[in-house]
Write a protein that binds this ligand. Structure first.
Ligand code: GLC
Length: 693
C-alpha cells in the first residue's frame, strides 16, 4: 500500500521513466515527437500515415485489449474526448456511440451513427491527456460512454489494425504531432475561398448564366457556380449533355471573364452503357471492382446500373484521374467528387429478393407485421451493409473484400483525381473536394459536410465538426449553406451566412425539389449580399490563417479549451470556436433569437457589422455576456490585443485589392499576413510573410 509522499515519489518516478521510453522508441526525427506505433494482426495498408515509424513491441498503454479488436479505456468524470472528424453531436464526444463506416446518409440526426467520412483519431484530455489513432479501413465502433457512462470501448471488426498513441505537451501539440505523420493538408486555389452558388437543379446553360447575372446585377461577389449531375449526358462521368450545355467550353470562358469558375460534380459509379468509352475501357482493362464470381460488380446509383472503379489499384486510379482532363481542357479547374462511399441505391439481387418477398407478402391479407417487413425491406435496399461484402478490390494481385477496406474508397477517388491533375496541369492547383473520406484524404482535397437540412440545429452541427475535422487534417471544409434538404427561410439563410462566411468552403447548395435559395430569391437581398461582401473583406485573414494552419500542421478552428486549458468554463463551451489566432466566433443558431449568451475566456473586442463599411466595436471583459444581434447584424470577437487584416470587398477574389487591407482590432496590435500567388501548385514557392501594423 502506498501512502502520502511515497506515492507521489513513485508516481513521479513512473512518469519520468515512461516519458524516456517514449522518446527512445520514437523513430521519427526531431526529439519532441512522442508517437508510438502498435501493430495488431496483419493490417491492410491504408496510406493514412506517411511517415515511417518503427512499431514497438511494448504493450499498448492506457487501453486494455481483448486481443480481438476491442480496446477499453476507463473514463474519469472530468475526461473530455475530442475528435472523430465528421460525426454528429458535440465537440466533446462523450455519451454516444459512433460507427466509422462511410455512409451516404442524409439523416444527420442526433441518433445517427455514421456519416460520409471515417476519421478514427481521438484526443482524451483529463486524468491522462493523449491522442490515439486507430488506423483501420473497415467498420469500427467507438462507444464513448454510451453503454456505460465511464467506459470507452473501441472495436474494430477484425483484430488487424495499427494503433498510434501520441503524447505531447498539450492538446495543440498532440494534434500537431499527429498531423505531421499524416502529411500536409491540401491547399486549394485562392478563388475557392470566394462565395459559391450551387443547386441540384440547374439544368441548362441558361440557368447558369441567370445565376451569374443576378449576382452581378446586384453587385454581390461570386467566385464559383457549381454544376450538379444534370450537366452530364444521362449522368455519365466525363460527358456533357450537348442539348442542354451545347458549348461548355464557351460558357466556362464567359464565366471566367466575370471572375466565375464552374465546378462540375463527378460521381464514383460508371454507367453501364454500350458505346460509352469509360465503361468499355474499364471493363476491358479490369479496372472495375469484381463480384465473387470474377465478373464486374453491379450497383445502382444516379445513372442506373453502374460499375465501381477499383480506386485501390494504382493503374485504375491513374486511368480514372486522367479522365478529368476532358473537363480541364474545357477550362474547368475545380471538381466535387460525390457518391464515393460508394453510395449504392440497390443491388440487383437484393432488389429481386425484395420484389419476390413483397409479392409473397401482398398475396394474401397483409397484416401489420407483413406491412412492416415490406417497408423495412424497401428502406433496407439503399446502402445495405450486406452489399459491401459482395465485391472485391485487387490489391497487389490479392482479391480483398470491399467491406475490409470500405472507408478508403472515397479517399482514393480524390487521390486519383489529385495525382492525375498534378501531372496534367502541374503548374496550377485544382479545386477538389469530396463527400467521402478517411484520414489521409486531407492531402488530396477538402471535404464538404454532406446532405444536411435547412434546420437551425444544422448550423451548430457543422460548427461542432470543424475542430475535429481540423484535428484530422481537413482544413478546406464547410457545409451546404442554407441547408441541402428541406425548405429554407430568409432568416435561417441570414443566420447561416453569418456562420458560413467564416468557413473556408463557403457554398450555398440545395436539393432538387426544395425551395430555391439563391440569395436573390429572398426579399432582403441587400442584407444577405452584405454578408457576402463581409466575407470578401475577410478573405485576406481567412486565407492567411488557412495557409498558416496548412503549413504549420495546426488547427484553424479550435475549441476554446485548446487555448485556455486551465479555464473550466471554456472546456464546456460547445457553440463558440477560436478561428485562427485572432478571432472567436459565436454564431446565432436559433430562430427568432435577437442575440445570445457568449462566454469570453479573456477580454475581447466585440465587432458588430451590418455591412463591411459600417461597424461598431466594444471591449468586453472576460466572463459571460448577453450579446444582442439583429437579424441582419453579424457579430464576432477579436481576441485581446489582436487585430485582423480587413480588405475592401471585391467582386471576386481575383480582384481583391490587397493594398486596401487595413487592420481591424486593438490599437497597436500587429498581424503576420501569409499570402502567396493563390494558384501555384507549390504554395511555399510564392509564400510571402509580412507584418502589418
Ligand atoms: C448527393 C450529393 C448532393 C447532390 C446530389 C445530386 O445527394 O450529396 O450534394 O446535389 O447527390 O447529385
Amino acid at each position: 500500500r502506498l501512502v502520502g509522499s511515497e506515492m507521489c515519489i513513485r508516481d513521479r518516478f513512473y512518469r519520468i521513466i515512461s516519458y524516456r521510453k517514449k522518446k527512445c522508441n520514437a523513430t521519427l526525427k526531431g526529439s519532441a515527437i512522442m508517437i508510438q506505433k502498435y501493430v495488431f494482426g496483419n493490417p491492410i495498408a491504408t496510406n493514412a500515415v506517411v511517415t515511417e515509424i518503427k512499431p514497438t513491441q511494448e504493450p499498448l498503454p492506457f487501453f486494455t485489449t481483448d486481443g480481438n479488436g476491442t480496446f477499453t479505456y476507463s473514463l474519469s468524470e472530468e475526461d473530455i474526448v475530442y475528435g472523430l472528424g465528421e460525426q454528429i453531436r458535440g465537440i466533446n464526444k462523450r455519451g454516444w456511440q459512433y460507427v466509422s463506416w462511410n455512409y451516404d446518409n442524409p439523416n444527420h440526426h442526433e441518433d445517427t451513427r455514421s456519416l460520409y467520412g471515417s476519421h478514427n483519431f481521438i484526443l482524451i484530455r483529463g486524468t491522462k491527456t493523449f491522442g490515439a489513432f486507430f488506423d483501420y479501413a473497415g467498420k469500427m465502433e467507438f462507444d464513448i460512454g454510451y453503454t456505460k457512462r465511464n467506459l470507452m470501448q473501441i472495436k474494430a471488426a477484425k483484430n488487424d489494425l495499427t494503433v498510434y498513441i501520441i503524447t505531447g505537451e498539450n492538446e495543440k501539440d498532440i494534434v500537431k504531432q499527429f498531423r505531421k505523420i499524416i502529411g500536409k493538408s491540401y491547399i486549394p486555389p485562392l478563388w475557392a475561398f470566394g462565395y459559391g452558388q450551387s443547386r441540384w437543379g440547374y439544368k441548362t446553360e441558361q440557368d447558369i448564366r441567370d445565376v451569374a447575372k443576378q449576382y452581378k446585377d446586384a453587385g454581390v461577389p461570386l467566385d464559383s457556380i457549381y454544376l450538379d449531375i444534370d450537366y452530364m449526358e444521362r449522368y455519365k462521368d466525363f460527358t456533357v449533355d450537348e442539348t442542354r450545355f451545347p458549348d461548355l467550353k464557351g460558357l466556362a470562358a464567359d464565366m471566367r471573364e466575370q471572375g466565375i469558375h464552374l465546378v462540375p460534380i463527378i460521381d464514383a459509379g460508371v454507367k453501364i452503357e454500350d458505346g460509352y468509352p469509360v465503361y468499355e475501357e474499364g471493363v476491358q482493362k479490369n479496372y472495375f471492382c469484381k463480384n465473387a464470381e470474377g465478373g464486374d460488380f453491379v450497383g445502382a446509383v444516379w445513372p442506373g446500373r453502374v460499375h465501381f472503379p477499383d480506386f485501390l489499384q494504382p493503374e485504375a486510379r491513374d486511368w480514372f484521374g486522367k479522365k478529368y482532363a476532358v473537363l480541364t481542357e474545357m477550362g474547368i479547374d475545380g471538381f466535387w467528387n460525390d457518391m464515393n462511399e460508394p453510395a449504392i441505391f440497390y443491388t440487383e439481387d437484393r432488389l429481386e429478393d425484395t420484389c419476390n418477398k413483397i409479392k409473397e407478402l401482398t398475396s394474401g391479407n397483409m397484416g401489420i407485421d407483413e406491412y412492416f417487413t415490406f417497408t423495412g425491406m424497401v428502406a433496407g435496399l439503399n446502402g445495405n451493409i450486406g452489399d459491401y461484402d459482395k465485391f472485391y478490390h485487387n490489391i497487389d494481385g490479392q482479391m480483398v473484400k470491399h467491406s475490409e477496406v470500405h472507408n478508403l474508397y472515397g479517399m482514393n477517388m480524390t487521390r486519383s483525381a489529385f495525382e492525375a491533375l498534378q501531372e496534367i496541369r502541374p503548374e496550377q492547383r485544382t479545386l477538389f473536394f469530396s463527400r467521402s473520406s478517411y484520414v489521409g484524404a486531407h492531402r488530396y482535397g477538402g471535404i464538404w459536410q454532406g446532405d444536411n437540412k435547412s434546420w437551425w440545429s444544422h448550423i451548430l452541427q457543422s460548427m461542432q465538426q470543424l475542430p475535429a475535422l481540423n484535428m484530422a487534417g481537413f482544413l478546406f471544409t464547410g457545409c451546404d449553406t442554407g441547408g441541402f434538404g428541406c425548405d429554407t427561410t430568409e432568416d435561417l439563410m441570414l443566420r447561416w451566412l453569418q456562420y458560413s462566411l467564416f468557413t473556408p468552403l463557403f457554398r450555398n447548395h440545395s436539393a432538387d425539389g426544395t425551395r430555391q435559395q439563391e440569395l436573390y430569391q429572398f426579399d432582403n437581398f441587400a442584407a444577405t449580399g452584405e454578408m457576402i461582401k463581409i466575407r470578401y473583406s475577410l478573405v485576406p485573414y481567412l486565407y492567411s490563417e488557412f495557409l498558416k494552419a496548412a503549413l504549420q500542421d495546426s488547427m484553424m478552428f479550435r475549441p476554446l479549451a485548446f487555448d485556455f486549458p486551465e479555464d473550466k468554463m471554456a472546456q464546456q463551451v460547445e457553440d463558440q470556436l477560436l478561428l485562427g489566432n485572432e478571432l472567436m466566433i459565436a454564431p446565432i443558431y436559433h430562430q427568432n433569437a435577437q442575440g445570445r449568451y457568449v462566454y469570453l475566456p479573456e477580454e475581447m473586442m466585440l465587432v458588430r457589422m451590418k455591412s463591411h463599411d459600417h461597424y461598431e466595436t466594444e471591449i468586453l471583459p472576460q466572463g459571460h455576456h448577453y450579446v444582442a444581434a439583429a437579424l441582419d447584424e453579424l457579430v464576432f470577437f477579436i481576441r485581446n490585443q489582436k487585430a485582423i487584416p480587413f480588405a475592401a470587398p471585391a467582386e471576386s477574389t481575383a480582384k481583391t485589392d490587397w493594398n486596401s487591407v487595413q487592420l481591424l482590432g486593438y490599437a497597436g496590435a500587429s498581424y503576420e499576413l501569409y499570402t502567396d500567388d493563390g494558384i501555384s501548385s507549390n504554395p511555399e514557392s510564392t509564400l510571402k510573410i509580412s507584418t502589418l501594423s
